[in-house]
Design a protein around this ligand. Sequence first.
Ligand code: AMP
Length: 512
Amino acid sequence: MRLITSIADLQGFAHQTRAAGKSLALVPTMGALHAGHLSLVRQAKRQCDVVVVSIFVNPMQFGRGEDFSRYPRTREKDLELLGGYKVDATFAPSVAEMYPEGFETFVEPGELATALEGAARPGHFRGVLTVVLKLFNLVRPDAAYFGQKDFQQALLVRRLVEDLNLDMRLVISPTVREPDGLAVSSRNAYLSLEERAAALVLHRSLRQAEELVHTGETETRKLLDEMRKVFAVEPRAQLDYVAIVDTTKLQPVERVTAGCVALVAARVGTTRLIDNLIFGPPGASPETLLQLALSGRPVADARTRIPGLETDALRLKIEACRDCAAISFISLPPRQFLTKYLKRNYPDLNAVRVAVVGRDAPNRPENYLYENPAGSNHFVAGLYELVGVKDFAEFRTRFVLTDAIRCHALGLHVPEKALANCAKHLSEELKLFPNLDKLVVLGEDAYLQFQQFILERSPAAIKPFAGLLQSNGWAGEEVRLAALGERVVRVFYCYHPTFGYHRSPSIAAHLA
Ligand code: AMP
């Protein structure tokens, strides 16, 4: 491995490499190398022919009163490590080589550098981007390698490459951690044994937020509160900031979606540490999470459809009244869906006394309650009158609508078995609302399914719908519901056109 200390030699080395048609990687570091740096080196070795690692403790990125002078410098050990990794060249210049007399041109980052680390360390990113651009110009690498550990830095370097049209790839690698979760960092060397133990609080708070998200909590305010609580019980750590942000602008978000990032900075003793965590599907690999975060837009593939992270989407769907779509969207059993999400987001539903089952004519939007919430067709008007609400807004805060019977089974021809299965789900759902005294079943095909699969009546025992019809246009009867501990509940059925009763052979036969 070559040790290069002058700019001229580095340029010469890079020039020769390019002239030989070899691809060139740059891994910028401040030395005191650890497993995090080495993961970048490994990645660079895999992807490029020749690897240059720079070691430079850049004074320009340290503020007054920060740890520039005591920053760990372990050059011999670093060189040994890099030699072991068969790195081709290490560039370790002096400060005077990088910033000779008269140096006065800087890279001025924009908005992205104002929050978080930028706010806590004024001028830091100006220093980082200036040295990084200098290194990029010296090496002109095909690819440069950075760590997720310094997440904001990685985003800023990405902006630099984009904004200044640098012709190179940027590779960002997941944070390397100690077995107990502490993010590996050169600054960990400052920590006493007790502080080392206390420093785990950063990762613990991030994991706490992640766990909550995976169990369905997506409200940032609550997540941040919980993270702060984790810090509150660790007196050795002084929280600087916690934030949950999007990755396009690093702006705080109200609700977590896949690809959002939680960042923390804290002082443990005199050591300032940072860490971050990307939210995503449980079990997603660190690489997938990074991809999610760096794509900068919500990724709507199957892997991101996870409980918790999609409750935003879910809530929107519920509010747009595609509740069944929401249920199938998250592939959760309905009971779980109701307990975890619907009842959490709509706590009033605990007091629900009326459940509405089925939905009206999905293929006829004018009749479709949920597509047409303001619509005042006779059916909708009748329903509101029946349940005693003035409009859809009130309806949806007080009533649960479950599509169990018809919509958990999609397709025109729904096998009997699927209907029975849906009914089983519905029974489970009904148990969640023990106060229920009314049940509204929409549409007479749902009526038949309700009769057959919930009340377990044989086709012969099912009364013709018209026989139950009352003067208000609704059919009604008192029924004993097994799902509600054999309680007697008033069930209303409505009559309205559906699309031809092809859904189940027995229903088709019954209606023929
Ligand atoms: P530094 O020497 O602290 O300037 O870091 C040099 C590079 O290594 C930066 O791109 C960091 O983001 C990256 N890095 C530092 N710590 C880690 C870590 N624990 N895991 C992965 N990358 C890291």
